[in-house]
Design a protein. Sequence first.
Length: 97
Amino acid sequence: MSTARTITDSRETNRGSRGAASPSPAGRPDDVHTTAAMREALLRVESEYGEMPGLSLTLAQAARLWGLDRGSCAILLTDLVERRVLKRAPNGTYLRR
């Protein structure tokens, strides 16, 4: 099963009777941000940027490379920017700080 499908399944499973995920203080669904699949993807992406310091990807390129849906990839990249692992260049690409 792909990581993207696992993340989607997790969102659907954790919604409960309300039909929507509970937003975190930052406005992101907690269940998406903390799933095992997302943590694994975060570690993989951070590791690959560490191994290839010149790596510079757009959101679409990153989603394709790591087999993630755009929404999950955006959350992942935003988290890495907020933790100051990556930065977003003026041209929209994500690269290592």
